[in-house]
Ligand binder design. Structure first.
Ligand code: NAD
Length: 477
């Protein structure tokens, strides 16, 4: 079998490889992917450092052309790359193709942004002096990504890093190297000079940790768990390094008495269970006021009966498998914790077998949960959600905000007053009204508050905050 290698200083390299396994069918090896060493990582950092002076001064048209070419190729290959994504991560084929299209759109967006780079010229408060404010690239950026969005998250970090003139050392999650390899291959063929984008696949404890320990990374943009995010933060203080961290969530979805029941059920089912609940923006706390509670639970249970859990590539599958055995164990452990804590298992909770051996778990809904239970406070990151009954809107808002996290927050209501109040008072980076808590646009800021995020926002023109540093120049006229 071919080994998909690391790209270091423009050369494909690496003989040590690990199997990329399909969670829908554990007998299928998606591919063999290189697993880099500390030396590979340091070589990649040195290559990115050497490539920085030229790339940081490259013309905006060159950057535009490369990013546009990459976006066009990803779109042209959306079905093939979507199938690769579904095979390595387990989300359904339509979800995977949707994510691939989004990756393409992100490259197209930043291809445009490269042509819109601008600064400011302002008068000085002193006579005969001019002031210019410009944005300059940061330097070598370390990109560390999680497994749950194998193409979109790498795209939304790589595209702005290149657009603003940075060079990159990119370390994708071990479980999903395939899509990352594909986009690096696409960008490499699109004409990036050697060393501008380096790919080092491999273990977090080796490749990731070597990146954290390096004094030569000017910034690290990280998406993943709170625990790893803290390590990135602590190591970065030592190196005076800029960081952008996107981490966990425990996102609430409030359902008020006046909600349109079918809108509420569609939004809640999508938020909690689509992409197997493995989205940082998934909602796992369904906070429901008492007037609609029983009707909502009844309708949700009916809805859950209609969702097929099966092989990600099979037509008609609504929910794919859990990503791997370890995550499956976390999910089933939390289901046991929920039962012991006194929540009522209203639907699911069981492992299921299908034609192929995979990590299949029923969508699981608890009722009679409280916001103090561990299943309501800790991120599970699987197809497990709880219904928390509350008296009224005021209690719902207070429970929604009573969490260490603050990524996304949703409400289902027909009341303009409550929708408006919720948008202003939800303690989250993103608020959704009558929409799932997950599912966002690619051209506007993405990110959260509290333990969910640290540093400036990702995506859209706000991405410039992280990927550039500002210079103020004064000239005597
Ligand atoms: P993780 O923290 O285990 O791993 C993330 C990345 O960090 C991987 O590439 C991993 O190899 C690397 N890593 C691990 N140890 C490291 C170390 N010592 N030094 C440097 N790098 C290291 O997270 P995961 O399980 O891949 O992803 C799931 C988590 O990601 C969930 O908590 C989820 O909420 C979060 N997530 C957040 C967002 C967001 O935007 N807020 C988006 C997607 C996922």
């Amino acid at each position: 079998m071919t080994i998909y290698q690391n790209l270091i200083a423009g050369e494909w390299t690496g003989a040590d490889a690990v199997e990329n396994i399909n969670p829908s069918d554990t007998k299928e090896v998606v591919g063999l992917y290189a697993s880099g060493s500390a030396t590979d990582t340091n070589n990649a950092i040195a290559a990115a450092k050497a490539a920085f002076p030229a790339w940081s001064r490259s013309g905006i048209w060159e950057r535009h052309v490369i990013l546009k070419k990459a976006g066009d190729e990803i779109m042209a290959r959306k079905d093939e790359l979507g199938a690769l994504l579904a095979r390595e991560e387990g989300k359904t084929l339509p979800e995977a193709i949707g994510e691939t299209i989004r990756a393409s759109q992100i490259f197209e967006f930043f291809a445009g942004e490269a042509l819109r780079l601008a600064g400011e010229v302002v008068p000085s408060v002193r006579p005969n002096i001019g002031v210019e404010i410009t944005r300059e690239p940061l330097g070598v950026i370390g990109i560390i990504t999680p497994w749950n969005f194998p193409i979109a998250i790498p795209a939304w970090k790589i595209a702005p890093a290149l657009c603003y003139g940075n060079t990159i050392v990119f370390k994708p999650a071990e479980l999903v190297p395939g899509c990352s390899w594909a986009i690096v291959d696409i960008l490499n063929r699109a004409g990036l000079p050697k060393g501008v984008l380096n790919l080092v696949m491999g273990k977090g404890s080796i490749v990731g940790q070597t990146m954290l320990d390096s004094p030569d990374l000017a910034g690290i943009t990280f998406t993943g768990s709170v625990g790893t995010g803290k390590r990135v933060a602590l190591s970065s203080i030592e190196h005076n390094r800029k960081i952008q961290l996107e981490m966990g969530g425990k996102n609430p979805m409030v359902i008020l008495d006046d909600a349109d029941l079918s809108v509420a059920v569609e939004a809640a089912a999508n938020s909690a269970f689509f992409s197997t609940g493995q989205r940082c923006t998934a909602s796992s706390r369904l906070i429901v006021t008492e007037g609609i509670h029983d009707r909502f639970v009844q309708a949700m249970t009916e809805k859950l009966k209609t969702l097929n859990v099966d092989h990600a590539l099979k037509t008609g599958t609504h929910i794919g498998p859990v990503v791997d055995e370890r995550q499956l164990k976390t999910d089933t452990d939390y289901i046991e914790i929920g039962k012991k804590e006194g929540a009522k298992l209203a639907f699911g909770g069981e492992l299921i077998s299908r034609d192929t051996p995979g990590f299949y778990l029923q969508p699981t809904l608890f009722t009679e949960a409280t916001n103090q239970m561990r299943i309501s406070r800790e991120e599970i990151f699987g197809p497990v959600a709880s219904v928390i009954r509350v008296k009224d809107y005021e209690e719902a808002l207070s429970v929604a905000n009573d969490t260490p996290f603050g990524l996304s927050s949703g409400i289902a209501t027909t009341s303009l007053k409550h929708a408006t109040h919720f948008k202003r008072n939800a303690e989250a980076g993103m608020v959704m009204v009558n929409l799932p808590t997950a599912g966002v646009d690619f051209h506007v800021p993405f990110g959260g508050r509290k333990a969910s995020s640290y540093g400036s926002r990702e995506q859209g023109k706000y991405a410039a905050e992280f990927f550039t540093t500002v210079k103020t120049a004064y000239t005597l006229a």
